[in-house]
Design a protein around this ligand. Sequence first.
Ligand SMILES: *Cc1c(COP(=O)(O)O)cnc(C)c1O
Length: 225
Amino acid sequence: MMNSVSENLKKILETIPSNVKLVAVSKTKPNEAITEAYNLGQRVFGENKALELLAKYETLPKDIEWHFIGHLQTNKVKYIAPFVHMIHAVDSLKLLKEIDKAAAASNRIINCLLQFHIASEETKFGLDIDEATLLLTSAEFASFANIHICGIMGMATNTDNKEQVRKEFLNLKDIFETLKTRYFLNDKNFKEISMGMSGDYLIAIECGSTMVRVGSSIFGERIYL
Ligand SMILES: *Cc1c(COP(=O)(O)O)cnc(C)c1O
């Protein structure tokens, strides 16, 4: 027998300290599953497809805080800019520019995290520290008025090797401290480290995560048709 969403969510919440935010990753899951978590008090949800997120935003309660957690194409920014609370995986100046423009058009400030590549896998998106330095010191970046850079995000290698995962998360924590010191010392918005998923969020919290993105442990395995 599979556990219910609310049973799963209760168990997960017991393991997360109050200073760490749980982003319940509801991608591919129906509104009924989200509503079950909502009725237990969960208000923060994560999605990784712009149009799926838009459809859920339009049909679910308006006090949900929606996080976009996946790779975002520039031509999809406009669909989510009017309401999205935070975009987790920004990894280019081009995307940031599009977010700034769409945020201005909606008269909003959009919270963004810079995604870093910390895993050993080749295919994952994300910046390294040199690319981030170029981005953060560019004149164009300085001109953006409708974004807040709130911190950084990363995904560890998908492996059972806990020590490797720990090293990768500690690397992300180091990157955060370096950027904070160099570019954000007086910026109180820059405070988030989004790391940790169903398989590794407890390690991520030990390594300094402030936001965990947990999907399948709450909603069950995803079925992609
Ligand atoms: C799907 C996804 C998650 C959640 O993964 P689970 O293993 O189901 O917890 C977290 N972060 C990102 C970026 C994702 O795409």
